[in-house]
Design a binder for this molecule. Sequence first.
Ligand SMILES: *Cc1c(COP(=O)(O)O)cnc(C)c1O
Length: 434
Amino acid sequence: MLTRRLNMKKQNIETICVQGGYNPGNGQPRQLPIVQSTTYRYDTSADMGKLFDLESDGYMYSRLANPTCDMVAKKIAALEGGTAAMLTSSGQAANFFAIFNIASCKDHIVASSTIYGGTFNLFSVTMQRMGIEFTFVNPDCTEEELNAAFKPNTKAVFGETIANPALTVLDIEKFAKAAHDHGVPLIIDNTFATPVNCRPFEWGADIVTHSTTKYMEGHAATIGGCIVDSGKFDWAKYPDKFPGLCTPDESYHGVTYTERFGLEGAFITKAVAQLMRDFGATPSPQSAFLLSLGLESLPIRMERHCSNAMKMAEFLESNDKVSWVNYPDLESNKYHELAKKYLPNGSCGVISFGIKGGRKKAEEFMGHLTLASIETHVADSRTCCLHPASSTHRQMTDIQLAEAGVAEDLIRLSVGLENIDDLIEDVKNALNQI
Ligand SMILES: *Cc1c(COP(=O)(O)O)cnc(C)c1O
């Protein structure tokens, strides 16, 4: 059940998106079967006992693992070029598990300050209450400033490839080097870029997380998350830092994860065995199926999201009612060089911009849109927009907003898959009315 060692064939991403994770045998269903069962039948108690001792592969209870979910996790592991992966019921659960799997009370984490509002709250409020301390650093900080954020009890570094909604592009190599110099892994939330546009493991990241709710599923049909392990971080080199991975787990029959499952399987096996068991943030097989269906078209959707967003960004930049436009693929953008390096095929479909007249005009503009709807969502087939300062980020102080890269007048526009001429017409009409 718990070993997710994968056969890494070198296939291209489009092929993995369509065919990865599930290889039907003779006469078996061509499409991924939805195994709608909470439990699994065994002939003898001894057979079942081996599963509980993590001695044999197999399923016992769908809170821990389910074949449909595992096959989709395997597809995503292959997309990211990792060795093991698990699905979670949301992106929030993925980021929580990724950190809580290696950090406990009295530990410390270094995180980029420009991260998703929900993640910022998880870290700075809820996990802080669990006794885990966070230091937030400006992603554009110097190496010295970054190194200065580490403490003897630091257990990981966290950042987003393209931050939601600040759209800062993380210098992954800089963050990976600092993390590794301090003997800890770099965890990258790769939600906005997706493995189609960036594969953080190729730049030194050790763990990748996703809110699959966004582009991966892509149709605003189901919430989900994923954690992928590169299998490269050598936990066993730092047994004092990572006792949970390197010493026997008394809550799991004395198994030592690094010894039993190797570097390629230890992290995910521990996360399933302990965190799924105890917190139960399990996706349903139905949701995993929808995610898999979305993944089939991910590469062609990303291409269209990016080309639509580029045309929209250029239109906005040329309009005199717009005060500023932030899109990493624009040459004028502060992150253009980093985007060219890490995201050579395009960044994502999300743009942020401000309208002359600030908050009031921004709200007025949004009210005049007809195709683009106002939603707390991004990164699906339908174009939508949001004013973060009055919605997703409204709990933040002005200083926190500035640190998160969210201006008070910022409008986040998630450009969908509609015809771009229709979308530009819609935005043009709304701008003409203010
Ligand atoms: C949406 C999002 C999350 C949270 O994911 P949910 O699926 O909504 O729980 C985490 N990180 C990023 C970058 C996101 O955009």
